[in-house]
Write a protein that binds this ligand. Structure first.
Ligand code: ADP
Ligand code: MG
Length: 475
């Protein structure tokens, strides 16, 4: 064993910080210490189990790579939780889990009623880790179209609700693919809600949410943290799909239950529906599904056109000479099908070109400038539910037959086909697919996938059926 204070450690930390950036570094790695360095392994310690599982599942390879860059003999990283007793010899030892268990109910039992915080102590905000907001993401700049009408209406309702109003849907759960406006809508609620001043609205990315807990547990700000949470009327969590890991979810579950039971609004966005959140505790899943779940679909051409138009107008406020003729807008709306981020990129390119060359925006120029933003249509997100529905219809069985344990031939084959499609058309793991098919083991799913793969080579009818199913699902 070599000296833990080895200067390799500070170099590794430097690398890590450079790779992940200051924010992430201070959230997750600032309190990581080296315990021991052996010939091939390094033992690192962190203060809580939660930090350990988060780093393990998200950054283990990164950390190892940083070590290997300093010392290529290192092949293994071991993460351990530092003993709480050692660190706080005076304070009575308490496990983080217990602390969390208690806190959610305690902070809501007081006189907190979700009123905006008085004083606005920045330390308190710090403890909560509120995420920065983009001033452009408001309701005023959000364009409503067919694919987002419901989500928009629900968001408006949440933002306009008064203290003490009955909460209509809780949580409000919005899901959509990348770049379809989730963050925009959530931040719009935050701006509008806080401007109304009825209820304090707190917007957090999933990472910040978790960091709030961790830092509150780690440092002595637990009281400030509870105090601040007491004042929250609406809690908004973006990118819920990143809330992974058992202890994280336990913490999330306590918070969710406590807030909802106390009549506070919770709003969540994710890139998938609750049923598709992997490795999520069933209690959390059902709580999430128990509110209003709204999907925002792909941006239609009309909506893309309107978004572009609004973007150009906004740009003109700062660049009065900038103009994009309607035919160019139509062209981009048709050609750039991907998502809101690419639309934004397209307008920025036109603007840059216009500013730098002084040439007016024309169709030819637009075609040249946005060429690489034109991609083939994103494949549609296929859901396991849809697969089950379509397969059941095709083979004239019911969806519950597919999920049941019945083993008659007329059910077994369709079930295998459905599992095969789930594996090939979605990114879900084998265990997750097994769970969605009536709690089957992942080996059963694997067997089904292999079976169908071996059959389609010889069985033309089956191959054709599967092609038809795929087409139906991807249309
Ligand atoms: P997500 O969080 O779903 O990945 P964002 O909310 O970050 O997507 O949206 C990506 C970009 O597209 C942002 O610039 C956003 O302002 C824009 N955008 C998406 N939907 C709309 C909309 N309906 N109206 C105006 N802008 C939109
Ligand atoms: Mg987002």
């Amino acid at each position: 064993m070599s000296n833990p204070n080895d200067d390799r450690w500070s170099k590794v930390k430097g690398r890590l910080r450079a790779e992940v950036g200051d924010d992430i570094y201070s959230s997750w790695f600032a309190r990581m210490d080296v315990e021991a360095i052996e010939a091939e392994a390094v033992r690192l310690s962190v203060p809580t189990r939660f930090l350990k599982s988060w780093i393990q599942s998200h950054y283990a390879e990164r950390v190892l790579a940083c070590w290997q860059a300093e010392d290529e003999k290192i092949t293994r990283i071991e993460l351990v939780v530092r003993s709480a007793v050692l660190r706080t010899a005076v304070a009575k030892p308490k496990t983080p889990e217990l602390e969390i268990n208690g806190f959610a109910s305690r902070y809501l039992n007081g006189n907190g009623d979700g009123r905006p915080l008085s004083g606005g102590d920045p330390g308190v905000q710090e403890a909560l880790g509120g995420s920065p907001l983009d001033p452009r993401l408001t309701f005023d700049t959000f364009v409503v179209g067919r694919s987002n009408t419901l989500a928009h209406a629900a968001a408006k309702q949440v933002a306009a609700a008064k203290r003490g109003d009955a909460v209509m849907f809780n949580p409000l759960y919005i899901h959509a693919g990348v770049g379809l406006g989730k963050t925009h809508l959530l931040q719009a609620i935050t701006w509008a809600g806080n401007a109304l001043g009825e209820r304090k609205v707190l917007y957090l990315t999933a990472e910040k949410f978790m960091y709030g807990f961790v830092s509150a547990l780690r440092t002595q700000t637990a009281i400030a943290f509870k105090e601040a949470l007491r004042g929250i009327g609406v809690l908004i969590i973006d990118d819920m799909q990143f809330l992974q890991g058992k202890s994280t979810q336990a913490e999330f579950c306590h918070t969710l239950n406590a807030l909802i039971d106390a009549g506070r609004q919770v709003v969540i966005a994710s890139d998938r529906p609750p049923s598709d959140l992997e490795s999520l505790d069933d209690r959390v899943r059902s709580r999430l599904a128990g509110g209003l779940v709204v999907e925002m679909g792909a941006l239609g051409e009309e909506l893309r056109f309107e978004i572009l138009k609004a973007r150009v107008l906004a740009a003109r406020a700062h660049h009065p000479g900038f103009d994009v003729p309607p035919p160019v807008l139509s062209y981009i709306a048709k050609a750039v099908t991907h998502n809101g981020r690419d639309l934004e990129g397209a307008v920025n390119r036109l603007l840059a070109h216009n500013k730098l060359t002084g040439h007016a925006v024309t169709l030819e120029m637009a075609e040249r400038e946005v060429r690489d933003l034109i991609r083939p249509q994103e494949p549609k997100r296929v859901k396991i539910e849809d697969i089950q529905r379509v397969v059941a219809r095709q083979y004239n069985v019911s969806r519950s037959d597919l999920l049941s344990s019945r083993r008659t031939a007329n059910v077994v084959r369709p079930r295998q086909v459905a599992m095969y499609l789930a594996k090939t058309l979605t990114l879900r793991s084998l265990p997750e697919i097994g769970r969605r098919f009536g709690g089957r083991d992942h080996t059963t799913v694997l067997h089904a996938v292999r079976k169908i793969e071996s059959l389609v080579g010889n069985d033309m009818t089956l191959a054709e059926e599967i092609e038809i199913l795929k087409r139906q699902l991807q249309e």
